[in-house]
Design a protein around this ligand. Structure first.
Ligand code: NAD
Length: 480
């Protein structure tokens, strides 16, 4: 049990009213720490510090190359502390240890990717007329606000903070109240860098307090948010009230579209992995299986066989599936499963599990739901648990209609050996990423990530994210 402080204006601090929030290990529900319950006043201090730091000559004097070096230094510190970070993430989020290691690897790659990008973010010159030099400069936007979800805290902080620092901005992070620990460790790494005070700030606390205060603060210049649609709408509105641009990444109900001509073994592995990763608590989870009708029985038999082999346990035991975050999320997932039980059929799982030695954790069997309408809640809403819902189609057009039949559009998988069909579907699916004969491509730090429809707007990751953290200035010089 450790008591943590948050990092504001180059100092470690309690919250203004000294209130705290308990942090629990999802695998056991055991209390593992206490974090400051950041207030509106704390957020105001952090944002003002970031705004002041942004205007200092000291921060301006960091060249693009220097900023890249800062990010490489963070990557090196993370690399040295890889075991510690992975164990911390497992303890805090509940995810199997090997998945936490993969998250740490991806987080390191974000710092290296944006460290390398820092001195390559270039402007342009425009041909207007003789005697007029017109150039476009990419400038940092200023204070960037980062509201982080609980499911992939280290990865998600890393992807946006690294891009923001690479481009010369200052940062205020609001970590998720349930899983703040790797974000706090990352804050220690920033504190060790001897940066100008206020360049990097981290406020811990509840969404409705600290998060809302950050989203609505008049001195932020950019907001990035990952989480639920309802909260995304509210933070987007708060930002818009100050004419602040927001990137919203709001989850999905992603389909895996499986044709009878697929590579069966690879497809089964891809479909299963995409729904059980982080116990299904993943925005890009492959939550809907759309399978060609004539192939359904054969394919499902193999998927069920694989589900039967999956192991469940505490994060640190590194089984295939860890616990659900907490009782609230558990109730939500079981509620959805129970509705599906009444409306359709549970082909596999569907029950709570007890893990020996971790009886107070919230574990759910991997679950397959069949026979529900494509309009039912479980077909349309994010479950955020290890629950796969099955639908069938007769031909490519019906597959496409089903794939596009939810309000979301984050990721889609297409599994077929017919290259024409695969590319046709990729061109027609309303989704920010389409994977053909794979799902996720190992995380893909370089790939722009974000959604169509209610999955949000704007893109994080890759080169595309640098647009979020820069603004354009056109300068026209008459010299003749
Ligand atoms: P949430 O969207 O409420 O929380 C995400 C982040 O926003 C957290 O840091 C939270 O503190 C903050 N927040 C909450 N209310 C806020 C407000 N009014 N203003 C500013 N910030 C605020 O998510 P949740 O309640 O933790 O989870 C609920 C559901 O959201 C999940 O079941 C899942 O379906 C979805 N979700 C999606 C993702 C994703 O990766 N897209 C991540 C987490 C949760």
């Amino acid at each position: 049990m450790k008591t943590y402080e948050m990092y504001i204006n180059g100092e470690w601090t309690k919250s203004a009213n000294e209130a705290v929030i308990d942090v629990l290990n999802p695998s056991s529900s055991e209390k593992i720490g206490e974090i400051p319950r950041g207030t509106k006043e704390d957020v105001d201090r952090a944002v003002r510090a970031a705004a002041a730091a942004f205007r200092t000559e000291e921060w301006r004097s960091y060249s693009a190359f220097d900023r890249g070096d800062l990010l490489f230094a963070i990557a090196d510190k993370m690399q040295e502390s890889k075991d510690e970070l992975a164990e911390l993430e497992t303890t805090d989020v509940g995810k199997p240890l090997s998945q936490a290691y993969a998250d740490v690897d991806a987080a390191i790659r974000y710092f290296r990717f944006y460290g390398g990008a820092a001195d390559k973010v270039m402007g342009d010159t425009l041909p207007i007329q003789d005697g007029l030099l017109d150039y476009v400069v990419r400038e940092p936007v200023g204070v960037t606000a980062h509201i982080i979800p609980w499911n992939y805290p280290l990865q998600i902080i890393s992807r946006s903070v690294a891009a923001a620092i690479a481009t010369g901005n200052t940062v205020v992070v609001k970590s998720a109240e349930d899983t703040p620990l790797t974000a706090l460790r990352l804050s220690e790494f920033f504190a060790e860098l001897d940066l100008p005070a206020g360049v990097f700030n981290h406020v811990t606390g509840y969404g409705y307090e600290a998060g809302a205060a950050l989203a609505g603060h008049p001195l932020i210049n950019q907001l990035t948010f990952t989480g639920s649609v309802a909260t995304g709408i509210s933070v987007g509105q708060a930002a818009m009230a100050n004419v602040v641009p927001a990137t919203l990444e709001l989850g999905g109900k992603s389909p895996n579209i499986v044709f009878a001509d697929c590579d069966v073994e690879a497809t089964v592995a891809g479909v299963v992995r995409s729904i059980i990763q982080n116990a299904g608590q993943t925005c890009s989870a492959g939550a809907r299986l759309l399978v060609e009708e004539s192939f359904k029985d054969e394919f499902l038999k193999k998927v069920i066989e694989q589900f039967g082999k999956l192991t469940i346990g505490a994060g640190i035991e590194d089984k295939d599936i860890g616990p659900i975050l907490n009782e609230r999320q558990f109730d939500r997932v079981m509620g959805m499963i129970n509705i599906a039980r009444e409306e359709g059929e549970i082909l596999f799982g569907g029950n709570q599990m007890t893990v020996e030695g971790f009886e107070n954790g919230f574990y759910i069997e991997p679950t397959i739901v069949d026979g529900v309408s494509p309009h039912s809640r479980i077909a349309q809403e994010e479950v955020f648990g290890p629950v796969l819902t099955v639908f069938t189609f007769k031909d490519t057009e019906e597959a496409l209609e089903l794939a596009n039949s939810t309000d979301y559009g984050l990721v889609a998988g297409v599994w077929t050996k017919d290259i024409n069909r695969a590319h046709y579907l990729a061109s027609r699916i309303d989704s920010g990423q389409v994977f053909i004969n794979n799902y996720g491509a190992g995380g893909g730090v370089q790939m722009p990530f974000g959604g169509y429809k209610k999955s949000g707007f704007g893109r994080e990751k890759g080169w595309a994210a640098l647009d979020n953290y820069t603004t354009l200035k056109n300068v026209a010089v008459k010299y003749r």
